[in-house]
Design a protein around this ligand. Structure first.
Ligand SMILES: *[C@@H]1O[C@H](CO)[C@@H](O)[C@H](O)[C@H]1NC(C)=O
Ligand SMILES: *[C@@H]1O[C@H](CO)[C@@H](O)[C@H](O)[C@H]1NC(C)=O
Ligand SMILES: *[C@@H]1O[C@H](CO)[C@@H](O)[C@H](O)[C@H]1NC(C)=O
Ligand SMILES: *[C@@H]1O[C@H](CO)[C@@H](O)[C@H](O)[C@H]1NC(C)=O
Ligand SMILES: *[C@@H]1O[C@H](CO)[C@@H](O)[C@H](O)[C@H]1NC(C)=O
Length: 220
């Protein structure tokens, strides 16, 4: 009974969080995706993703992308997205290797960073401010890692693991086969021995007749 009621409560709690989670993003929320980091090879071009949402509604959202350059924030782009969608939103770009890559339809304010260098590694922030919510603001972060080449070690590791697993399986199978074979041979030998014993005992007990009839179905 106790566990049942506790389960009931837990279920209600889950339902509440589901309702609040699915139904309403109460206030302005910026998002850099479920996986807010990326490992990129130097020289490649990367997408820094960001979207925004608010249950209350948004008027003339101000947003900016910044790069945390060792403590000092370096502005990359900023703009106001007009609510009427009549005026085109002019996005100011402050970095020579950055391009705005957003789409108004998807509330998407992503940017592209071209030809990344090792100095580009670090934390990028996507900031949004909604005048409709009395200037309420929110920031989402995206971390960029720059590597010389995408991990090869992982592959070799998987290969090692795979071969290890494969090897052990093969070993196990070989062991089983050998074991079975030895058991088979042993059984055969035992059978022969038994046969010998039976026949010998049969010979011994010919007068009995019983053991002789017992041994015949074994041979068949
Ligand atoms: C990336 O960096 C390595 C090491 O500095 C260099 O050899 C390579 O040419 C660079 N690749 C690109 C595409 O810039
Ligand atoms: C970053 O800051 C640390 C200390 O705050 C300093 O020692 C380092 O030189 C700085 N690096 C750059 C690239 O400015
Ligand atoms: C990126 O690098 C390529 C090749 O070096 C160059 O042609 C291109 O203009 C660069 N793009 C930017 C935005 O710097
Ligand atoms: C944002 O728009 C860009 C360009 O259209 C697209 O590549 C990216 O997947 C979009 N991101 C999200 C989160 O919708
Ligand atoms: C963001 O909102 C906080 C209050 O939530 C406020 O103190 C801060 O000044 C705001 N920042 C900007 C840049 O508007």
């Amino acid at each position: 009974m106790e566990t049942q009621s506790r389960g009931h409560l837990r279920g209600r709690g889950l339902l509440l969080t589901l309702i609040t989670g699915v139904c309403c993003v109460h206030a302005l929320e910026m998002s850099t995706g479920k996986i807010p980091f990326l490992e990129a090879v130097n020289g490649s071009t990367v997408l820094l993703p960001c979207t925004y949402a608010s249950c209350i509604g948004i008027t003339n959202l101000y947003f900016k992308w910044e790069y945390n350059d060792n403590g000092t924030m370096q502005k990359l782009v900023d703009s106001v997205i007009p609510t009427d969608h009549v005026k085109a939103n002019k996005v100011m770009v402050y970095h020579e290797r950055v391009a705005y890559f957003g789409t108004i339809k998807g509330n998407n304010i992503s940017i592209l960073l071209y030809n990344v260098t090792f100095e580009d590694a670090g934390v990028y922030s996507c900031f949004g401010k909604n005048p409709k919510e009395k200037g309420r603001n929110h920031t989402a972060y995206f971390t960029l890692y720059i590597v010389e080449e995408l991990r090869v070690i992982d592959n070799t590791l998987t290969i090692i693991i795979a071969s290890c697993v494969g090897g052990s399986i093969a070993f196990l199978m070989a062991f089983m086969l050998i074991k079975n074979f030895t058991l088979f041979v042993l059984a055969k030998m035992e059978e022969k021995n038994k046969e010998c014993l039976v026949t010998s005992s049969g010979i011994d007990n010919t007068e009995n007749g019983l053991s002789g009839s017992k041994s015949t179905p074994k041979k068949a």
